[in-house]
Design a protein around this ligand. Structure first.
Ligand SMILES: C[S@@+](CC[C@H](N)C(=O)[O-])C[C@H]1O[C@@H](n2cnc3c(N)ncnc32)[C@H](O)[C@@H]1O
Length: 286
């Protein structure tokens, strides 16, 4: 059990599990991360060519992959403060027609699953005719209870109204990295977490550093880890120029507000089912 002083606002080149082992217990407030998916270098379909990571081939026997992910999740649990959260991005994968659902291994870790959020990307590379076009990924909001209270603090309504379906188009593929987050995604997760204090934000698979940029621009401290020296360099450069991405943060934060509160709409009698007909005022409930 490591209890070393944390070096904040650093990006470490290294293996996620080994580096997590070095972090102190109960030291991190929020993690937003997306591990490699064990895509096994499958062909991506006709839409795009298969893009690879610079220092990782993303091909493990499925059982070993799931064990690895459970170990990562359990280490994240150890280093997270009570009352803290992890947003773990993954997706449903099929190998030879067999479905591997992230829930299969998440529920074997120490975490309490607080919510399954659907990330609607609207587009995905893998378009084949044997099932409907899968354009969603998942974000598992994992919670570490405080004093045994499994429910924890409520979100402010301006965040909670954003719903359990997050619509963010993926960032266009670049030669630099095959699978970066859209910046608005970690911004939403981090900004919604209760408490005004400066937090410590972690991403043990930081890639191009999107979570770290979100943390920095929201006024928090961060720690990033990635196995690829190329991506770590990219991340450091990006953090140095993070002001260029401020507009994405303010766009996302502008969505965290309530123009017309539920109570007022209820009073006016203009509450409708979102996909239903327009009300007398021409308004639909959103
Ligand atoms: C899905 S990408 C993360 C992308 C990131 N969310 C972003 O916005 O750029 C997964 C990352 O995990 C890294 N990786 C793979 N194996 C790793 C390991 N054992 N330890 C740390 N990082 C690893 C890859 O280099 C890749 O950048």
């Amino acid at each position: 059990m490591a209890n070393k002083k944390l070096h904040l606002n650093t990006v470490i080149i290294g293996d996620a599990l080994k580096e997590l082992n070095k972090l102190s217990d109960n030291s991190i407030d929020v993690t937003v991360t997306s591990p490699p998916y064990n895509k096994r270098n499958q062909s991506q379909g006709w839409l795009v060519t298969n893009e690879k990571y610079s220092h990782f081939d993303d091909y493990m026997p499925e059982e070993a992959y799931q064990e690895w992910q459970i170990n990562i999740l359990n280490e994240l649990h150890r280093v997270t403060k009570s009352g803290g959260s992890v947003f773990y991005n993954h997706k449903l994968r099929w190998v030879d027609g067999i479905l591997f659902h992230p829930y299969q291994w998440i529920t074997r870790s120490k975490w309490l699953v607080r919510q399954e959020i659907v990330w609607d990307r609207a587009i995905a590379a893998n378009m084949r005719g044997w099932r409907f076009w899968q354009v969603d990924e998942r974000l598992y909001w994992l919670y570490k209870p405080e004093n045994g209270h499994t429910v924890g603090k409520e979100l402010q309504s301006k965040h909670a109204k954003l719903s359990s379906i997050w619509r963010f188009r993926p960032v266009s593929r670049s030669k630099d990295h095959p699978a970066p987050f859209p910046l608005a995604l970690p911004v939403r997760a981090i900004a919604a977490m209760p408490g005004e204090e400066r937090k410590i934000i972690l991403d043990p698979f930081c890639g191009t550093g999107t979570t770290l940029v979100a943390a920095k621009l929201l006024g928090h401290d961060y720690i990033g880890i990635d196995i690829s020296p190329n991506y770590v360099e990219l991340t450091k450069n990006r953090l140095g120029a993070s002001d260029l991405e401020k507009n994405v943060v303010s766009d996302e934060i502008s969505k965290h507000k309530i123009d017309d509160p539920f109570v007022a709409r209820k009073k006016r009698g203009t509450i409708t089912w979102p996909y239903g007909p327009k009300t007398n005022n021409g308004e639909t409930d959103t």
